[in-house]
Design a protein around this ligand. Sequence first.
Ligand code: GLN
Length: 229
Amino acid sequence: AMAQAKKIIVGHDTNFMPFEFKDPDSGKYVGFDIDMWTLIAESLGIEYELQPMDFNGLIPALQSGNIDAAIAGMTIKSEREKVVDFAYPYYDAGLMILVRSDNEDIKNLEDLEGKVVATKLGTTSEDFVKKNAKAKDVSLFPNIDGAYMELATGGAEAVLFDSPAVMYYAQTAGKGKAKVVGPLYMGQSYGIAFPAGSELREKVTIEILNLMESGKYAELYKKWFGTEP
Ligand code: GLN
């Protein structure tokens, strides 16, 4: 007899546009990560349940075994690789600065000196700003919308965050209010994370490579980012 397939729990961020966010019409989570995971799970015959949570809680949840995988535009970095296992990198990004549309004096990292910078708690941006910007203060929010709001209301002079997220915001909800300035900082790749030693990691890596080789990855990329990968 066939063993009963176990339903796994896949944690994801509540709000990391356009990788994952709640569609206001359907109330369902949509985005690049969700679509990519759907294809991977279909192909591997995995039964799963999605579990949205604050980004900052994903790694602890993997470590405690409360979730079996995390897909959240999560940057692969040494400190995390020590405690979780990442599948093959699926997206290349970096960090960028977002300012209000009428701001003329912030053009790069050096210009953040003495300024209040807002970003998201527990992310590579928090590390990067604290290490590399001589900011007066770093305001941290569990959800990046809090940082965008802080920028809009004048509580912060800049937001520094993942390039695809700030570019998406500047073209959608932030259009006319905020703009992206300066170069791309700290190149980084995103990976799906698993509890250390998970047997799923290699299977998922193979599926990611299949998606890239078959052109399905490019289709998804075009759908969510509007360009070729
Ligand atoms: N890529 C960033 C990180 O891993 C932010 C991810 C996110 O906010 N979902 O720290």
